[in-house]
Structure formats: structure tokens, C-alpha cells
Ligand binder design. Sequence first.
Ligand code: APR
Ligand code: ZN
Length: 247
Amino acid sequence: MTVAHAAELIRTARSGLALTGAGVSAESGIPTFRGEGGLWTQYDPIKVASIEYFLADPSAYWKVSKDRGRVALAARPNGGHYALAALETSGRLVAVVTQNTDGLHQDSSTRNVIELHGSGRHVQCLDCGNREARSEVQARLDVEMPPRCRLCGGGFLKPTVVLFGEPLPKAAIQQALTLARQADVMLVVGSSLVVYPAADIPAVAVRSGAQLIVINAEPTPFDELAAVVVRGKSGEVLPEIVALIDG
Ligand code: APR
Ligand code: ZN
């Protein structure tokens, strides 16, 4: 019933907006941050992923990122990513706003991806600003910890992602909020919705009259605001929704 109800709402959407979190990439093999087996159940996020700790000692971040990066760089989109791309192609979604930095929405051909927390596919030197591909750096982490800039030879390298304590890219959050205000359907997939300002997106959409759909493996603080809550795996639920719409 709930999947059919979600499909019915999405079928008639003309300015739908999706917000995704780590859960949409879980079936691509990338561990989530919270919930069962989440990264923050093993590490203190402030110690390994805040800008304050990074500047004091980049190694703590890079030691965790070495494993996570290897998995993320090898990951491929799953059925959930492709289903969201299909919903954009058929005009139901105008964009996918993501908290993820793995690039899998772009890899699955979603055209309008808004990355609230940046991209994990590049790194930047904190001294000279030189950018390198994250995959290049991955190759030398066994012998260079923390990795340093190849151009100036001294600067620490930081992935172009938003760490705790850093501002989100202004253009991304403003574009996402504008689309949230215009959304007729707000589809949240695979997010615990506990991190702000990302969680402002569904809040603004609902306040502006959007129907909220939450597809998540565990309860979220927004479930009671939702027209539909689907408790399940996005890699299974989203393709089912697309199949019902394409009927
Ligand atoms: N399908 C749907 N939902 C899933 C799946 C799945 N296959 N697997 C896990 N989930 C759910 C979990 O139950 C959890 O509620 O996805 C959610 C992921 O939540 P988080 O790990 O908190 O990820 P996210 O909401 O994206 O975190 C936001 O926090 O640490 C920061 O910057 C990081 O972008 C991240 C932000
Ligand atoms: Zn440099």
C-alpha cells in the first residue's frame, strides 16, 4: 500500500525534489554514518571529520578516509540511483539534492545534482589551492600519510567535502531551498535527517505545501510530517515505484 501510495504521488509530480543521504548508497557498498554499522558508531565524527581537528592533524581524517575512499571510489550506482535518474528524465523530479559526496548520482546520469556537502572525488591543497583527483591521492596513501600537495610540495590536501564546522557551498544550499519552496513532492531517500542545514530542505518544502515522502530503513524525525513513509531499502523500493509509474 505505501509503495503504491508513494508511486501515485510521484506519478503526478511536476516539480518534485529528492534529497538523498548515505542510505541511498548503502546498497552500493558504502557504509552509512548512523544507524546499523554506521561510521559514527566506530569513530567520533568531530575527531575524524571536523575542520578544527583536520587542521590540527589531517592524519586522523585521512586514516579513516583511506578505507572509506577506497570503497567509495570503487562503488557503482545501484537501482535506487538509476530510479531517481529515471524520475528526473520523466519530468517528475527537477533535481536530486544530495548530502553524499560519492558522485554516484552523476554516474547514474542524473543531470541536475546539487551536492550540499561537496564532492569526494577531488582534493585541494590548503596552501596553494592546487586541485588533484582523489583517486590519484588514494594510490599514494600507503606511503604518504597525510598526503601532501605535489605542486607546492608542502601543503596538506583536503577533499573538497564539507567537514563539520565548515559552511555549506552557498550556491548549493540556496538553489536547494529555492527548489524546495517550489516542490509539489519532496522525496527523502536514505537519510537520518539529523544534520542541518540539509534537513531544512524537507522542512521548507513541507511548509511550502509539498507532499513529503520518506523512504528510509529506520525511523526519522520527519516521519510524522510525511504523507507516506516507506520502511525499506531504496535500491528495491525506488525501482518498484518507477515500475508502478511506468505501469
Ligand atoms: N535504503 C534506505 N535507507 C537506508 C538504507 C537503504 N539500503 N541503508 C541505510 N539506510 C538509512 C539508515 O537507516 C539511516 O537512517 O539511511 C540513513 C542514513 O543516515 P546517515 O548515515 O545519518 O546519513 P545522512 O543522513 O546522509 O548523514 C548526513 O551527516 O556525517 C554527516 O556529512 C555526513 O552527509 C552526512 C550527513
Ligand atoms: Zn600546494
